[in-house]
Ligand binder design. Structure first.
Ligand code: SF4
Ligand code: SF4
Length: 168
């Protein structure tokens, strides 16, 4: 029949007016994202032990981790993710033994300037020599005090053992 195609097309259009919408008017409304959505990274500096597993697991070498060691403890100087090379595969998050890396749901990561793309989580200067010396001295004294306390406890235990042996 002449015009049947047109009628069919218009009926489909008309039907779509009454079907449930699957799109939202972004950015006024944001579609609910699943719990496992890979958006902006989160980094918990206090949980991080600077093990470097995330750096080694990244296939695209996105992560830069720089540390300094003070009094046998690592201190993070720089933790940066250059996300223009990131494919959001999640291998770094999976590799982290301390759960220091994660995702937020924010996906609006575009920047007007190229140089602003990297996510800089930590950027600190190395400690000045006098502060480093002070911390190392304090750690040394703490270790000596612990050693002395341990030796005193051992001596006390040995003395107690001796006296109980004599009594028996
Ligand atoms: S998500 Fe993948 S590509 Fe991106 S930083 Fe982590 S390991 Fe690298
Ligand atoms: S894997 Fe986790 S704990 Fe290790 S350096 Fe990376 S963020 Fe820190």
């Amino acid at each position: 029949m002449y015009g049947s195609g047109l009628i069919k097309g218009l009926s489909i259009t008309l039907k779509e007016f009454f079907t449930k919408k699957v799109t939202v008017e972004y950015p006024d409304e944001i579609y609910p994202l699943p719990d496992r959505f890979h958006g902006r990274f989160t980094f918990d500096k206090d949980a991080c032990i600077s093990c470097g597993m995330c750096v080694r697991s990244c296939p695209n070498r996105v992560i830069t981790l720089e540390t300094e060691t003070v009094a046998k403890k690592k201190r993070i100087l720089k933790y940066e993710m250059d996300i223009k090379y990131c494919m959001f595969c999640g291998m770094c998050v999976e590799a982290c033994p301390k759960g220091a890396l994660g995702y937020a749901k924010d996906f609006e990561l575009c920047q007007y300037k190229w140089g602003k793309l990297p996510m800089v989580f930590v950027e600190e200067q190395p400690l000045p020599p006098e502060e480093r010396a002070r911390l190392e001295e304090a750690a040394k004294k703490e270790a000596e005090a612990k050693k002395a306390a341990l030796e005193a406890a051992k001596a006390k235990a040995a003395a107690a053992k001796d006296s109980s042996g004599k009594e028996g």
